[in-house]
Ligand binder design. Sequence first.
Ligand SMILES: Nc1nc2c(c(=O)[nH]1)N[C@H]1C(S)=C(S)[C@@H](COP(=O)(O)OP(=O)(O)OC[C@H]3O[C@@H](n4cnc5c(=O)[nH]c(N)nc54)[C@H](O)[C@@H]3O)O[C@H]1N2
Ligand SMILES: Nc1nc2c(c(=O)[nH]1)N[C@H]1C(S)=C(S)[C@@H](COP(=O)(O)OP(=O)(O)OC[C@H]3O[C@@H](n4cnc5c(=O)[nH]c(N)nc54)[C@H](O)[C@@H]3O)O[C@H]1N2
Ligand code: SF4
Ligand SMILES: [Mo]
Length: 754
Amino acid sequence: MSSAPDTRASTTGERTFYRTCPLCEATCGVEIKVEGDQVKQIRGDDDDVMSGGFICPKGTTLGALHEDPDRLRAPLIKRDGKHVEVSWDEAFAFIAKRTAEIREKFGDESFAAYLGNPNVHNMAGAFFVRPVLQALRSRTIFSASTVDQMPRHVSCGLMYGNPDTIPVPDIDRTQYMLMLGANPVESNGSLCTAPDFPGRLKKLRQRGGTLVVVDPRTTRTAKLADRHLAIRPGTDAHLLLSITHVLFEEDLASSDGLDDVANGYAELQAAVSAFAPAAVATVTGIEADAIRTLAREIAAADSASVYGRMGAHTTEFGTLASWAADMICAITGNFDRPGGLMFPYAAPARPRREGPGRGFSVGRWNSRVRLAPEVRGELPVATMAEEIETEGQGQIRALVTIAGNPALSAPNADRLEKALSSLAFMVSVDPYLNETTRHADVVLPPPSVLERSHFDLSFTSLAVRNFANYSPIVFEPTSISEPDILARLALALNGAGNDVKPSVVHDMLLRGLIEREVASERSVISGRDPNEISAAVADLPPSEAMLDVMLRTGPYGDGFGKNADGLSLEKLVANPHGIDLGALEPGVPQVISTASGLIELLPTAIADDIARLRADLSKEISPSSMQLIGRRTVRSNNSWMHNVGSLMKGRDRCTLQIHPDDATRLGLENGSRAKVTSRAGSVEVPLEITTEIRAGVVSLPHGYGHDQPGSALAVAAAKPGVNSNRLTEDGRLDPLSGNATLNGIPVTVEALAG
Ligand SMILES: Nc1nc2c(c(=O)[nH]1)N[C@H]1C(S)=C(S)[C@@H](COP(=O)(O)OP(=O)(O)OC[C@H]3O[C@@H](n4cnc5c(=O)[nH]c(N)nc54)[C@H](O)[C@@H]3O)O[C@H]1N2
Ligand SMILES: Nc1nc2c(c(=O)[nH]1)N[C@H]1C(S)=C(S)[C@@H](COP(=O)(O)OP(=O)(O)OC[C@H]3O[C@@H](n4cnc5c(=O)[nH]c(N)nc54)[C@H](O)[C@@H]3O)O[C@H]1N2
Ligand code: SF4
Ligand SMILES: [Mo]
């Protein structure tokens, strides 16, 4: 038995730390120099195995986030409409008391939770949110996933059997990349962890490969590409099915390599018969010849990958677009092989197995008001407002938010704002008093990003190489850790008093993990004594103990003594720049867990949904209609980093981009303000007239609107911007995934006097 590694930082003199930036999916390595309790410098870690020194402007602000005076240091309780600091014991006692009262009056189903994006960038979120949800005793769970990537989970679940079995474009080896609705030069990539994504795209072109970007805007990524196609918003699925149509029509599709591992090839051609290039040219705004060219290029390339993200997924046809991208790769020999789409095999992954699995289905229960189907254990966040507003058994009265800002990130914001302010009780685990948490009765702030350790559990499983990297704590937390906050919240929701220690919850989870492993025939520690395993990790903090068990029983693990060279937390601590575990390797059939044991090239739910897409082909498009889309800039991170001064410098970035032709037609002038109206609401914003957007389309970034009373974000409030989700509708969902439509919103734009 090896002794537990020391994961704590030393505390004196000038010290250097190597960490993974946890802010976005790129997982860049950063070098942090500190003296005493001050951050002296943050730069890219040149020796990081994945990022090799790349960093974006956000990565250098980890110190500013830590030092931000608006970051909450103590719990808050709302008294007479004002938030006041209280002790942790007082906060949890109050939660226990109010929870009991609400359960008594309205029942368990009156509780709900919303989980935000930073949960997937934090070990606390990965390991310790589950007990909170269990303590809620309610199935009314929402998350940022249904304003984001849920279509990808659903299409992958249907095709491969598990919604988390997500292939990524093999960006470092592909010779052709068709990218739809993604702007990694600003976002640094999503569902494809590739630090220095821009550099990797440049290398693709340097080695003679081709990059084609499909986007209504001429983004910085589009400017890097060989070709840019300015598509009409919401029509990526139409385009992809048309490419498929051409592949069959011109005999460019093939079932080579699929016969033994996939179902449905024979049915595909008929399924896409309505999508001839001539039939989709008007709706997509892409000429028939250009569509044919794409199909021929994909088929002819030595290797090709089709990659879609936010712009392609957050539309009414998001799941179809996500499915079609993978299916095209499969029928052109670009699936599960170098240069095509490939499956990562992360260090904490559970060992793979061959043979049929349980498959994936949605709708195990439905939302109460709209009867929207459950997907992956949650309900669409677009239904949250109506579930709070609508009276009756199961009406939401109490809400817990963890690392989320739905007031800015969910659709139909005006309605949701009203709903949040009507709740009987709300608790938020969050470091800021912001647009959402200002509604909370109790705010529980976690320590800063530098006061916690880190391992990227989510994004190692979406990375273009297999790797592992552990980040130590930089500063000892001055307050209780997020794992402890979540454990104590779970206990309070269950009515336990402050005398019950959070370690009760942590130990239970760890014990559960170890017992599942020793009981599993596939596990490398199958049949071992759970006490022996527990003892081996007993000295580690809660997240580290869970992580170490996962690493050591994972595909590269040391198996607690079975494979001396294998991975463990101790080994990661000794390798501060990370450990490269190699290029992606083929994973079929072991990665497939559908009920048939085969890749489903045309799942039934997808086949049925194509009828809806076909109907959309004949939709009338008025020449004066305008569609709203979003955008990201490199200095933002959804809604929550606008309080960092260095990122907010310079011009106002919350502007409405509009094409000069539209501006002239509507009598709009650059820099003046306009009123934008949708079916959901309206906003007034400054205009930015630019040829870098397709005519008929306007773009407004999300995550702004920091002028709400009761929040405490001094820097953000100086340039508040407007909340673009006051324009997005909560009624328009992708039916298969419940994902909100955030792009392609019909709007009108009019000049504002003055
Ligand atoms: N119109 C439109 N809407 C969108 C999008 C869009 O493109 N257009 N994008 C969507 C996408 S992709 C996403 S992911 C969502 C994001 O939606 P959300 O996750 O709801 O919002 P964020 O802006 O990420 O806010 C994160 C919250 O977590 C808090 N936080 C930060 N770090 C921590 C931490 O370590 N612990 C805890 N407990 N809290 C923390 C922040 O203070 C903030 O309140 O927005 C979605 N909404
Ligand atoms: N700097 C920065 N980085 C981030 C974030 C951030 O807020 N700021 N957020 C992080 C998160 S949570 C996520 S999920 C990722 C998202 O990462 P990306 O998916 O790269 O997101 P966006 O930058 O919003 O790019 C979406 C693109 O789709 C285009 N688009 C809009 N509608 C359509 C359409 O109908 N079809 C097509 N083809 N294109 C369309 C938009 O013009 C935009 O360029 O970024 C992450 N990284
Ligand atoms: S690209 Fe993402 S991970 Fe890299 S430094 Fe910027 S925010 Fe951090
Ligand atoms: Mo996201």
